[in-house]
Design a binder for this molecule. Structure first.
Ligand code: HEM
Length: 458
């Protein structure tokens, strides 16, 4: 790709595409193809119409270019902080106002660098046993005594319990429940048209985020005291890590930043991981041969353990096939459809001028169901992930480059621990064989995936 850093010489050479209505642009169409269950349609229609790797549109109040295919992903992921930088729709920025007030761009970049440290495999290994304990508790209270369950709300409950325990050491079910309500409101309004009028999802999300942040700051203050008095342990959860970690200059994160980072982790991990888990359950119901292979792998691990012994890092490493299955699920149903960047310079991509200030969007769907990247894309085939796996920049459920999802490893652990505990107990069938999938903004089965459980004989 050739790019240059001065004003585009040929203004007519902008990417093809329409900008739609004033302000609203093509947002409604973008959001509604998802709500109708075809999130890839918005992009595929335009890729076909303009036969280009990039097209112009207007989304959420901004001029935007959508980059398509592996080349588009590679360009955006490898030019982070050179030609592009992170950008969130103004709905997100307004819901996280403190991050703009307290962190200069430089500071937030520095903090973003610390984030993966809290979430890297070495730091997370010690939490696998806790994840297993919580998964078991969750199964005992909400699955074991049931013949029929609705999967999505339960998956959300499981991931939220985990997050409350592992980020903040909150275990009291009442406290968890008090936290969960505003979270659901926040998650459903975070990517929305930013109209702040009473009753809009955006307005409700702002109120919910203020409530949660207040609660978080109280927890952080208390933890600081507890750490100082040795009443809390430095490794008990991610909050303790954050309070004790310093950057290259020996500086601690301030309270506002920590509250924002924890809120970011809670939001980032809330609906994404539960959508992934729900789709794992859906595909395993539809594909008995795949279910049997997963069961075989997980039973071998279960049999190698002493009674009551919790899962550990070695067990996770043995769950190769199960992880391939989860990856194939995320290829076909990527929890996050894509994310935005902003052009910080003029440049040229695929022969088209991209002006500084334009918002750019990469999308998992532009490669995940593309037959050039994945032959027979509709076929469920976990062996695509054997060996070296898919070609670079084609499988991108977690994004890529410096802004790749910092929760990737955490998500892998929570999904695998869940699969282990589920298949050991049950086989299941869907109660609504033709249940539709809606995407708003995460893909979810329209009725939350009700299933009938068949308990294994113990
Ligand atoms: C299957 C589950 C998950 C998927 C598919 C997923 C996917 C993604 C994607 C695509 C991005 C955007 C990257 C970009 O801007 O290009 C992202 C960002 C992020 N994710 Fe995840 N994620 C998952 C789980 C999690 C979990 C469990 C956490 C927290 C524990 C988390 C925390 C975050 C955060 C904080 C960001 C923002 C990073 C930044 O601002 O640079 N995610 N995730």
């Amino acid at each position: 790709f050739i790019f240059h850093r001065h004003k585009p010489q040929i203004p007519g050479n902008l990417p093809p595409g329409k900008t739609g209505l004033p302000f609203i642009g093509e947002s409604l169409e973008f959001l509604s193809t998802g709500r109708k269950g075809y999130p890839e349609k918005f992009i595929y229609d335009r890729m076909a119409k303009y036969s280009s790797k990039v097209f112009k549109t207007s989304l959420l109040g901004e001029s935007a270019a959508v980059f398509c295919g592996a080349a588009g992903n590679k360009f955006l992921f490898s030019n982070e902080n050179k030609l592009v930088q992170a950008w969130w729709p103004s709905s997100v920025d307004k819901i996280f106002p403190s991050s703009l007030q307290t962190s200069s761009k430089e500071e937030s970049k520095k903090m973003r660098k610390l984030l993966p440290g809290f979430m890297k495999p070495e730091a997370l290994q010690r939490y696998i046993g806790i994840m297993d304990t919580i998964a078991q508790r969750h199964m005992e209270s909400d699955w074991d005594n049931k013949q029929e369950v609705t999967v999505f709300p339960l998956a959300k409950m499981y991931t939220f319990w985990l997050a409350c325990r592992l980020f903040l050491s909150i275990e009291d079910p009442e406290h968890v429940a008090k936290f969960a309500d505003p979270f659901n409101v926040l998650a459903s309004g975070i990517i929305s048209i930013p109209i702040n009028l009473p009753g809009t999802p955006f307005n409700r999300a702002i109120k919910a985020s203020n409530l949660i942040r207040k609660d978080l700051r109280a927890i952080i203050k208390q933890r600081k005291l507890d750490l100082a008095e040795n009443k809390a342990s430095p490794t008990q959860d991610i909050l303790s890590y954050m309070l004790l970690t310093t950057d290259d200059n020996g500086q601690h994160m301030n309270e506002m930043d920590i509250a924002d980072k924890i809120l970011g982790l809670l939001i980032g991990g809330h609906d994404t991981a539960s959508a992934a888990i729900t789709f794992v359950v859906k595909y395993l119901a539809e594909l008995p041969e795949v279910y049997n292979e997963v069961l075989k792998e997980q039973m071998e691990i279960a049999k190698s353990k002493a009674p009551g012994e919790l899962l550990n890092w070695e067990d996770i490493q043995k769950m190769r096939y199960s992880w391939n299955v989860a990856c194939e699920v995320m290829r076909l149903a990527p929890p996050l459809q894509g994310a935005f960047r902003e052009a910080i310079n003029d440049f040229i991509f695929a022969g088209f001028s991209i002006p500084k200030g334009w918002k750019l969007y990469w999308s998992a769907n532009s490669t995940h169901r593309n037959p050039e990247c994945f032959p027979e894309p509709e076929k469920f085939d976990p062996s695509r992930f054997d060996g070296a796996g898919p070609a670079p920049y084609t499988f991108v459920p977690f994004g890529g480059g410096p802004r790749m999802c910092p929760g990737k490893e955490y998500a892998r652990l929570e999904i695998l621990v869940f699969m282990h505990n589920l298949v050991r107990r049950f086989k299941w069938e869907k109660l609504l064989p033709n249940e539709k999938i809606i995407v708003d903004p995460m893909p979810i089965p329209a009725k939350g995936l009700p299933v009938r459980l068949q308990h294994h004989k113990r």
